[in-house]
Design a protein around this ligand. Structure first.
Ligand SMILES: [Zn+2]
Length: 81
């Protein structure tokens, strides 16, 4: 499901609040792409086997327009879900 404009604004505000001068930590660029949908981080069990079903961590992904470095933010903690 595509992110709403309110969800995108929350992400943008969070980025501005916590990323010094809005700069990418890799290349110093300051243009960010808020990906249009949430993603999930796949979790592993205690034997490092991938869990196919069950718990996942939903994240918002923000990509540096210059070097493609990706930042991920916990979508639940950010209040997006
Ligand atoms: Zn960058």
């Amino acid at each position: 499901m595509p992110l709403t404009s309110d969800q995108q604004e929350k992400i943008r505000n969070h980025l501005t609040t916590y990323l010094e001068f809005n700069k990418c930590p890799i290349c110093g660029g300051n243009k960010w792409i808020i990906e249009g949908e949430l993603s999930v981080l796949q979790l592993f069990d205690s034997q490092y086997k991938m869990i196919i079903e069950g718990k996942v961590a939903p994240v918002a992904v923000v990509t540096c327009e210059q070097c493609y470095y990706c930042l991920t933010f916990n979508a639940i903690k950010l209040g997006l879900l």
